[in-house]
Design a binder for this molecule. Sequence first.
Ligand SMILES: [Zn+2]
Length: 475
Amino acid sequence: MSEYVPAIGLEVHVQLKTKSKMFCSCSTDFGAPPNTNICPVCTGQPGVLPTKNKKAIELAIRAGLVLNCKIQKYSLFARKNYFYPDLPKAYQISQYELPISKEGFLMVGDKKIRIIRAHLEEDAGKLLHYIGSTPVDGSLVDLNRCGIPLLEIVSYPDIDSPQMAFDYLKTLRRLLRYAGISDCDMEKGSLRCDCNVSVRKIGEKLGVKTEIKNMNSFKEVKDALTYEIERQTKVLKEGGKIFQETRLWNPKQGKTFAMRRKEEAHDYRYFPDPDLRPIFLSEEMISEQKKQIPELPADRKKRYTEMGLSEYQADVIIDEKELADYFEKVAENSNPCEAANIIITHLLRQINEKNIPYSQIPLNPQNLSELVNLKTDGKITPQIIKRIFPEMFEKNENPKKLLENIEVVSDEGEIKKIVMDAIQKNAQAWNDYKAGNEKASGRIIGFVMKQTEGSADPVKVKKILEELKNENFDS
Ligand SMILES: [Zn+2]
């Protein structure tokens, strides 16, 4: 065990779910051809004036509310000055001294992670590098992302392990998706994360931190943090020094590399943007956003466990709002626990295998609740469910209709023959069962189910086994 402990703070940028950009009316559509969603404002032409996107401000208020922040009725936009080829204005409009919300928290399981601030800003463009290739040998710039509205959510360094950073991100993403604030899709760049990490000896004050950038998935965040914590610990143990710097994660090599020594806030020469009036929020605007907040994941989880679902089941079901909504429709007309069970065992399997988004589940909830009811009424075995489910899922078929085509072996005489055959082929299990080991019967029943492709009535199988035991049937 290492005597050093990490302190991790995350800066998460999420793209707000708006149709147009932060300060102009250009579209935010993802995947448009390069430099088609641009105008004089977002490309920083001289003499233009930005205007504030009302929807972005509303979503920022809503985000502040779900993150338990104090919403500031007066906040300011500032210019953060730096030169970059993908930022034609040579400054980014952001919020510095007076952010729209601050001092909140996010519960990650039982742990409270404090939020320093959540502020509005605009995104920069994107450089595409084709160095040494044909027909383009060099770098191109795409300004479609310039001016996309972002919310930067900055946490305190309350996170104490890479796993907790992973859980924090998952919890945050789920919350923002539920509340309709952002899609939080890392692949489309609508969620990005930078990590600040330092290590210190237990009881000492925070150590010098490094910032890691360039991570493309939550798993990469976890891997990069694990690497960086080990690296810093090793340097300090050997008597070395940690420099405050920005490091890049290289997923292929599984290492972080120093990119640049960290600039301080004063390097950016922040000053209030003279082209934008401050944001004044009324009580009505804030209460309107309160009304827009739906039931959030933590509350849903509580409600589901009260309905009888296990912690595990509730966690799986609430993970995506669309899945949770689907579950509710199924559970409206059937037993919730059995519904959750079938969703987790069979539905999610089909969804994952076929890579279908939750919004496009072909099987409608009514048909699934019929299946759940057949199960709770003892009219269908787990084996039969397994058999019919793929077809039911794909064709959105009523389970009763599919059952018509399945021959159910219910004739006792016939079942008895199969059971006796199973006993002969599982003599050891039979002797164990006769000697009082109840569990051993499972092996014989399993064999019968396999022979009959699940179509034997399990209650009858069990009954026949008991009768044979009482008769002291010999294998
Ligand atoms: Zn524009």
